[in-house]
Design a protein around this ligand. Structure first.
Ligand SMILES: C[S@@+](CC[C@H](N)C(=O)[O-])C[C@H]1O[C@@H](n2cnc3c(N)ncnc32)[C@H](O)[C@@H]1O
Length: 212
């Protein structure tokens, strides 16, 4: 049954008697499948967690997406199942090898072995005016990465950002880290929604924002 808060192509479906988020595509990480559908594990995906927690992501399906911090493709594989062209930036060669396998069976997924702190190195590949940036880099300087990549985002686009407190400062109170990150984003983005993802990801903040 389609859920109006979810993008087209993301549904809540039964897997083994449990209702779970799901997209349609080849399996990636051993997740349960049902025909063409595969479960989306919110404990392995910050964006999955944001959907489960009812964030208003602004995604309706078919969007052009720039995904920063793609790792082995767990989340970006689901994104490419329901979005349009999906550019997946990852700077570590090892997970990128697995990401290439995920992209093999998804013709809208374009892996880029690039550093998200240096958007000028992929500006010639990524189209401008993408509808959404999804970011999960879990390294120091998460707000800086989001600000630098704002150049790609359409005026009415959405930044869907997961901030890991410990990546900024292992000793600081996560709330203080999140306050600092929100302040740094403020010059570039208007934050529409933010909330803790702790049910699925400890000491992470989910943020939905749009360019100023
Ligand atoms: C928490 S993991 C991402 C998990 C992934 N988003 C998922 O849900 O499937 C963070 C990833 O971001 C990558 N990363 C960190 N800093 C980066 C940067 N500056 N440019 C590109 N990738 C980066 C790391 O190598 C790592 O693979």
């Amino acid at each position: 049954m389609p859920d109006s808060a979810l993008p087209d192509g993301v549904e809540r479906r039964e897997f083994g008697g449990e209702t779970r988020l799901a997209t349609r595509g080849p399996p990636v990480y051993g997740e349960p499948t049902d025909g063409e559908w595969r479960a989306w594990d919110p404990e392995r995906s910050k964006l999955g967690g944001m959907f489960e927690l009812g964030f208003d992501t602004g995604l309706s399906g078919g969007e052009t997406v720039l995904y920063l911090g793609a790792a082995a493709g767990t989340t970006v594989g689901h994104v490419a199942d329901f979005a349009g062209p999906t550019y997946a930036v990852e700077f570590a060669p090892r997970p990128t090898r697995d990401l290439l396998d995920v992209a093999e069976s998804r013709d809208r997924l374009f892996p880029l072995l690039k550093d998200a702190r240096k958007p000028e190195t992929y500006a010639h590949v990524v189209e401008s005016d993408v509808d959404a940036i999804v970011q999960d880099v879990a390294t120091r300087g998460q707000a800086t990465v989001a600000n630098r990549n704002a150049r790609f985002l359409a005026d009415d686009g959405r930044l869907l950002l997961a901030v890991k407190a410990r990546s900024e400062d292992v000793t600081a109170d996560p709330d203080d880290v999140f306050t600092d990150v929100l302040a740094e984003l403020d010059g570039t983005y208007e934050v529409l929604e933010s909330g803790r993802l702790d049910r699925f990801h400890e000491d992470h903040l989910g943020i939905v924002a749009t360019p100023r």
